[in-house]
Design a protein around this ligand. Structure first.
Ligand code: HEC
Ligand code: HEC
Length: 234
């Protein structure tokens, strides 16, 4: 009898799992102002002193393919990820440790700094384009990747990250994590639901496409010519 009581009490206390929020970040006025006023110079100092440099380099392009490239991602996206690690709604040991002692202002400054670094120019205009990128798949209710991730994969508003120039190892790993629900900080299940629909081969193909970087890439990459995209806008 005693045992049963304890067990049911435990179940009550732990509550339903689905009630946990995927992120505690809301882009309210206060948060937007904090992100907008991030101090790039201070962020640059912090990137050294808080050791971000060790894994992501000062220019945001990681040396190891398991570490994500964060150069040129929007400050709003970077800010959310760092806060998610701090709240542990996204958990990965080295990142949770790296942000532990940072204040919201530090996080804003770091986000501002890495957002000013150059996003890799993608070479993918010349490659064959996976259908999912611009069209998605209505049957599986998968929207076109670029309808959220920017017309050329350069990233969208707020929490929609740039995918261009992402390292392949990290791209595949994080997609697998969405699929397996090991990464759950995507608000409204937007990425988990999509990743679950994709095969390993499709993920591999998408990772190849987005990670291909133009060897002499700079601002004037030729992607602009490919304007017949994003039919799937809603
Ligand atoms: C020991 C290596 C290491 C250090 C130090 C480190 N990072 Fe990371 N960082 C990683 C790894 C690995 C990931 C991917 C973790 C995961 O899968 O969740 C990551 C993820 C991130 C992400 C999310 C990227 C994305 O595309 O979603 C951001 C932003 C980031 N780090 C910024 C920073 C900043 C800023 C610092 C310094 C305060 C820092 N990192 C320190 C290794 C590191
Ligand atoms: C409905 C909008 C939406 C669509 C469509 C979408 N994504 Fe995402 N994706 C997101 C959001 C939002 C995030 C960031 C989640 C978070 O807050 O961490 C994300 C994150 C990702 C990440 C992790 C990036 C990083 O740096 O950690 C990858 C990889 C990714 N998406 C690939 C894809 C691919 C490939 C497709 C097409 C098959 C796709 N996405 C379609 C909204 C979308």
């Amino acid at each position: 009898m005693k045992k049963i009581l304890t067990l049911s009490m435990l179940i009550c206390l732990s509550g339903p799992v689905f009630a946990e929020p995927s992120s505690l970040v809301a882009y309210d006025r206060e948060t937007r102002a904090l992100i907008r006023d991030g101090n790039v110079d201070n962020g640059q100092k912090l990137a050294k002193s808080a050791k971000c440099k060790k894994c992501h380099s000062m220019n945001g392009i990681a040396e190891d393919s398991d570490d994500p490239n964060i150069a040129g991602m929007s400050a709003t996206y970077i800010f959310k990820q760092l806060k998610d690690y701090k709240d542990e709604t996204r958990s990965e040991k080295s990142m949770v440790k790296a942000v532990k002692k940072l204040s919201d202002q530090d996080i804003s400054d770091l986000s501002a700094y890495y957002a000013t670094q150059q996003l890799s120019a993608a070479a993918h205009a010349t490659e064959s384009v996976p259908v999912l990128v611009h069209y998605g798949d209505r049957k599986r209710m998968v929207r076109a990747c670029n309808s959220c991730h920017g017309q050329n994969g350069e990233g969208g508003m707020y929490d929609m990250p740039a995918l261009n120039g992402q390292s392949k190892g990290y791209f595949v790993a994080t997609m697998e994590e969405f699929k397996e629900e090991d990464r759950t900080n995507d608000i409204y299940w937007r990425m988990r639901d999509i990743a679950k629909e994709l095969s390993e081969d499709e993920i591999e193909e998408l990772a190849n496409y987005y990670s291909a970087v133009d060897p002499d890439g700079d601002e004037d990459d030729e992607d602009e010519d490919e304007d017949d995209e994003d039919e799937d806008k809603e």
